[in-house]
Design a protein around this ligand. Sequence first.
Ligand code: EPU
Length: 417
Amino acid sequence: MDKLIIHGGKKLKGEVDISGAKNAALPIIAASLLTSGYCVISRVPDLKDVMTMGRLLAKLGAGFQYKNRKATINTDGINFFEAPYDLVRTMRASILVLGPLLARFGKAKVSLPGGCAIGARPINLHLMGLAKMGADIKLESGYVIAKGKRLKGASIYLDTPTVTGTENLMMAASLANGITLLENSAGEPEVVDLANALISMGAKIKGAGESIIEIEGVDELRPINYSIIPDRIEAGTFMTIAGITAGDIIIKDCRPEHLDASMMKLKEVGLVFEHIAGGIRVIGPSRPKAADIKTMPYPGFPTDMQAQFMALMCLADGTSIIKETIFENRFMHVAELRRMGADISVEGGIATVKGTSKLKSAPLMATDLRASASLVVAALAAKGATVINRLYHLDRGYEKMEEKLLRLGADVRRVKE
Ligand code: EPU
């Protein structure tokens, strides 16, 4: 397993290009199953999760080619309707093939994703919505088995605005007979990007990004040529890196309007933002101030930025209170940050971070994707050599992180094993 060795303490300066959004690319690749023919998706990040989705589509009988950030998918030959345990186990987002397979072929068998490092993460709302659209759903030997000749439009209320749940149901409803109303749906920019991709395929969708999405099913969708939005979480992570290294970074090709809550908090702790042509310049303070955050569904502060913000607060002047409300176990990075000298206590879903003036290097273990990112953020400010083990978590969601850091002047090295 590869590891990353970082000698922290350098002020990072320069430009960084933001990749396409992982969490938009995955559902949009899955959406190609709703049509037959060639879909060409560009600005697809070169990530492990994207390749896993490609392998899953290939398993279903699709052609999947990836070159120069472009995925070309041919869905003419789909002849297998099962997402096996081995693939779902490595990537929960595999559940995104359930809605499209069921809607286009009337059947799907998808391994139930288990819990993961950040929480139990049930999929009951995906299944409830599909059942409301008339699907017959059974759980057998760890698999969801779904059948239904043609789904029908339905009014569906989501108790929690689930992101992949909204996406699965929006895809399924696009080919259903009649109108579906998704109430209390997720409004993340990735959901809107999927809706835009579906609309280019010929779907009739109104209200994506708002709480109620209306989808009028159509008989057929056509292949698309579509480009993915920039990854707001990668952009936010580099903003935090500017913040913790007193750096001066130009973040290119990002969509700052997708980062309002994160940028507001980063400003509160002392970062300065300057909108410039083609990007945003971020200047970090000599020492950040403390601020409290509470993770919330979009447009609130994203849970996917919580760990990175916490790393920044470890060095803040003052105490910050960090409330995680989306996932019950998303504090796995705390134990690792403490090994670097951070003063953090956790009770329930609340972490209290007392800022210290320095962090020390240590050997660390990455536990999930965003936890890994927070360790990178912290290591960039720590004295000495920090070794981050189990780098595959970072590789699932950050494209060429160490190359981007090197270009900003970081002392970082990947050791292959
Ligand atoms: N939930 C239910 N029932 C369901 C579905 C969700 O109770 O049927 C609960 C979850 O347990 C959680 C909350 O609803 O407490 C929100 O979960 P959500 O379903 O929105 O999460 P997700 O769709 O599984 C996506 C992203 C995550 C991101 C979350 C929240 C993708 C592929 N994944 O997950 O991204 O953290 O939304 O914004 O889009 C990451 O990129 O590191 C990552 C984990």
